[in-house]
Design a protein. Structure first.
Length: 67
């Protein structure tokens, strides 16, 4: 799928140089992948402190029940 995008060329050139990518396409694809990874990590971090745990849960005890 061919797409025409208006991309800030200075940002693209800086990313190309810093990332040592061979092409603009590789640069944009990596930037998108890193953006998605960072946003997903932020979603996971937002869950900290929101999950309630059972204080009586003993994972060590449960480890040997099936044996």
């Amino acid at each position: 799928m061919a797409t025409n995008l208006s991309i800030d060329m200075q940002l693209l050139e800086d990313a190309l140089k810093i990332g040592r990518f061979k092409s603009k396409k590789d640069t944009v694809n990596m930037a998108l992948a890193e953006f998605i990874k960072k946003r997903k990590a932020a979603e996971i971090l937002s869950l900290f402190g929101t999950i309630e745990y059972d204080e009586d849960y003993d994972y060590k005890k449960l480890r040997f029940q099936g044996q």
